[in-house]
Design a protein around this ligand. Structure first.
Ligand code: PLP
Length: 399
């Protein structure tokens, strides 16, 4: 079999470990394997490194070190934030979120709906934007938490977190403020994150989206915010998240945050340029393709493209056989065959929604990856259109 060059364009699913991150982790996987909770020096040395990592992660989002709780992933952070807020306000029965959240938020909300909570799922328009007036009208004395993602994993569309933070801050509710949580899993490392400026009470992040390993994340909880842990056990993380800390991955996450913060501006500019090149090339070589959310503020690395009248899974299969890897939506839902809930919420037409592909870039992509994609993709689209039972001819659906 001939060697094919691999082109990884699915960085919103997961990213390659940065070499610097691996370097930072190795000591904790080799010699420094002590338990940070042990009181002897072999453990306390690891504790000291762990606390340094905590400070580093905190400063990358303008938080205090004690406001960072290590978690196992973004999902755990999202779950913990919502369950904690509901416990903090047992008399309140209302949650506000959006229709386009990751399942780590949506499915918790659905679960709580089954337990008698009222959930407002804010709709988005065709570009993926929220209507802020609808959000303002939904806030009530019964609202325990507003959980709105910073950036969407499928389209990269960015929500106005700062504006939402101001709105919630200005809303007086007796018995304690409405808690504001954001899922910043896709945003961190790509756009500035500032918990103070955004008036956030809680924020979740995940290592494997920014070149740290899988299985590590963090939850920011503002000092003074009522908090109830999800995992109960030992005293780790000041009783806020029991379980022996993943010391190597924490060191990796800290290094990833440091790298991201240092190179944020340059990297965003680099990725944005590459992403624009990718979109221009696709739109000019693949007829009847549309870029979702193209007119609004988006992450610089993400491009959601719908190809009319073909099956996205078939596109991915052909790309895969050419060594090119992309996603049909969020990695978690791909394979289910159901259309993306995000694109459905954006009212992407039925003729295009099934032919949607997400391309997501990282610092390790370059122009040659785009060139390779464009060598292959137009031919794949043409071939699939020719054989597609969905396609009824080149002029069937112009818009
Ligand atoms: N939130 C968003 C927006 C995501 O994209 C993801 C992962 O795809 C998650 C949460 C879940 O993160 P993790 O895989 O670390 O549980």
């Amino acid at each position: 079999m001939k060697d094919i060059r691999h082109v990884y364009l699915d960085n919103n699913a997961t990213t390659a470990l940065a070499p610097e991150v691996l370097e930072a982790m190795l000591p904790f996987l080799k010699d420094n394997y002590g338990n940070p909770s042990s009181t002897y020096s072999f453990g306390s040395r690891v504790r000291a490194s762990l606390e340094k990592s905590r400070s580093c992660i905190a400063s990358s989002i303008n938080a205090l070190p004690e406001e960072i709780i290590f978690t196992s992933c973004g999902t755990e952070g999202d779950n913990t934030a919502i369950f904690s807020a509901l416990k903090a306000y047992p008399d309140r029965r209302h949650i506000i979120t959006t229709a386009v959240e990751h399942p780590a938020v949506l499915n918790v909300c659905r679960l709580m709906e089954g337990q008698g909570y009222e959930v407002t799922y804010l709709k988005v328009d065709s570009q993926g934007r929220l209507d802020m007036d609808v959000l303002a009208a939904a806030l009530s004395d019964d609202t325990a938490i507003v959980s709105v993602m910073y950036a969407n994993n499928e389209t990269g569309v960015i929500f106005p977190i700062e504006e939402i933070g101001r709105m919630i801050e200005g809303r007086n509710v007796s018995g304690g403020k409405i808690l504001f949580h954001t899922d910043a899993v896709q945003a961190l490392g790509k756009v500035p994150v500032d918990v103070e400026r955004f008036n956030l009470d809680m924020l979740s992040l995940s290592g494997h989206k920014l070149h740290a390993p899988k299985g590590i994340g963090a939850l920011y909880v503002r000092k003074g915010t009522p908090f109830y842990p999800l995992l109960i056990g030992g005293h780790q993380e000041n009783g806020r998240r029991s379980g022996t800390e993943n010391t190597a991955s924490i060191a990796g996450l800290a290094m990833a945050c440091e790298l991201a913060a240092k190179g944020l501006k340059e990297e965003a500019a680099y990725l944005g340029k590459l992403r624009d090149e990718l979109e221009t090339a696709i739109l000019s070589t693949c007829p009847r393709s549309i870029v979702n959310g193209r007119d609004v503020q988006r992450l610089p690395n993400t491009s959601s493209v719908s190809f009319e009248h073909i099956d996205g899974e078939a596109i991915l299969m052909f790309l895969d056989s050419n060594g090119i890897y992309a996603a049909s939506g969020s990695a978690c839902s791909s394979g289910s065959g159901a259309p993306s809930h995000v694109l459905e919420a954006m009212s992407v037409p039925a003729s295009a929604i099934h032919g949607s592909v997400r391309f997501s870039l990282s610092r390790y992509n370059d122009r040659s990856d785009i060139e390779r994609l464009i060598d292959v993709l137009p031919g794949v689209i043409k071939k699939l259109r020719e054989i597609s039972p969905l396609s009824t001819g080149p002029f069937s659906c112009a818009h």
